[in-house]
Design a protein around this ligand. Structure first.
Ligand code: NAD
Ligand code: ZN
Ligand code: ZN
Length: 351
């Protein structure tokens, strides 16, 4: 089968012929419906190496950690799964039995250091291929929803959903505001999720005008970059500052903008993995303002994301690529010219 291989640090992936996998005990074989290209993949193959990456991310493996598919075959011991049904894949794979994994939060597995990989497509073969194997535990049913367009939900949907859900205490009540910085794959879904599950006014910014137009069409108030950007954002909140900030870029200037915009007792969640550092000071940060990072989400939250999708409340914008043009998905993502999340659909829309 055809697959997008990540073979070497600081090297662009390649499209290759590899062997079709067979499901082991407890696993299923999925005929891949969609595999989204996430900016984290670019960080993995472009920026990381043995000194900076966790050992679980070491190449080589098939990329694609944001996947959906139809069950083609089940491995030994798997029951209750119907061949042909469509599922989203919960990407992270922890030990399965520590307290974090027991609540479906494999991202914070306490035995992660002993695991051979982090997730499907992150250390273990992922979904940028015609077929993939996943543990049956990691399947979230899609019912009759379109699985190709749904693929981004498993990361570009789940990651902002988890961050927003964690920040709900800051967004409860009237007159609350949220700020979304970076309106790409994750950020566009963040705007939709904030609108769907909170009553907050959504303020949004991106360096690209078309990304801001798209967010504005979904009800966000957009504020272009510029020297007085934090002041303009603060003005929109009546001078109080933003209750919950979500930074999907994560470079030093956007972390600084987040901290300049946040309200007293507000919260800033950094989602972008660009590694920006911030010089915290008692007298420069609003009282009780929180600053935290976050990583992906839980299996249960992925069910909730699917429910929003099936109810028509969130819809990923997708640009579809066939298998032979899978590498173009990454080239276009890197160029910043995508008009939605790049999704590789190896079999078109067909089961
Ligand atoms: P993307 O490329 O689709 O979107 C990034 C957006 O940010 C683009 O629209 C771009 O124009 C905008 N942008 C870039 N620099 C900017 C700046 N200085 N100011 C304002 N906007 C700017 O990327 P994505 O796939 O949505 O991922 C976003 C980030 O989240 C990446 O860093 C990715 O690695 C990270 N990520 C983190 C997690 C997690 O669990 N923490 C999960 C998935 C992705
Ligand atoms: Zn990702
Ligand atoms: Zn665990």
């Amino acid at each position: 089968m055809r697959a997008v291989m990540f073979n070497q640090w600081k090297t662009f992936p390649t499209l290759e012929d590899v062997e079709k996998p067979t499901p082991g005990p407890g696993e299923v074989l999925l005929k891949v419906a969609g595999a989204g290209a996430c900016h984290s993949d670019v960080a993995v193959y472009h920026d990381m190496d043995d000194t900076s990456a966790p050992p679980q991310l070491k190449p080589s493996y098939i990329l694609g950690h944001e996947n959906s598919g139809w069950v083609e075959e089940v491995g030994a011991g798997v029951t209750g799964i119907t061949i042909g049904d469509a599922f989203l894949v919960y990407g992270p794979i922890g030990c399965g039995h520590c307290p974090a994994c027991s609540r479906g939060q494999d991202t914070y597995c306490q035995n992660q250091a002993d695991m051979p990989y982090m997730a499907s497509g992150l250390g273990r073969n992922g979904g940028m291929a015609e077929y993939m194997t996943v543990p049956a535990r990691n399947l979230v049913p899609l019912g009759d929803a379109d699985p190709v367009a749904a693929a981004p939900l498993s990361d570009a949907g789940l990651t902002p959903y988890h961050a927003i859900k964690n920040s709900l205490p800051k967004l409860q009540g009237g007159g609350k505001t949220a700020l979304v910085i970076g309106l790409g794959g994750l950020g566009q879904l963040a705007v939709q999720i904030l609108t769907a599950i909170t009553g907050a006014t959504v303020i949004a910014t991106d360096s690209k005008p078309d990304a801001m137009e798209r967010a504005a069409s979904r009800g966000a108030i957009t504020v272009p970059s510029g020297d007085d950007q934090a002041a303009r954002i603060r003005e929109l909140t009546g001078g109080r500052g933003v209750d919950a900030v979500f930074d999907f870029v994560g470079i030093a200037p956007t972390v600084a903008l987040s901290m300049q915009s946040v309200a007293v007792q507000g919260r800033v969640t950094i989602v972008g993995i660009a590694g920006g550092v911030y010089d915290w000071g008692f007298f420069t940060v609003p009282y009780e303002a929180e600053l935290l990072s976050t990583y992906w989400g839980t299996i249960e939250e992925l069910y909730e994301v699917v429910a929003l999708y099936r109810a028509g409340k969130i819809t990923p914008d997708v640009e579809i690529f066939d298998m032979e043009h899978a590498l173009d998905a990454y080239t276009k993502l890197e160029s910043g010219k995508l008009s939605g999340r790049a999704v590789v659909a190896p079999h078109g829309q067909s089961k």
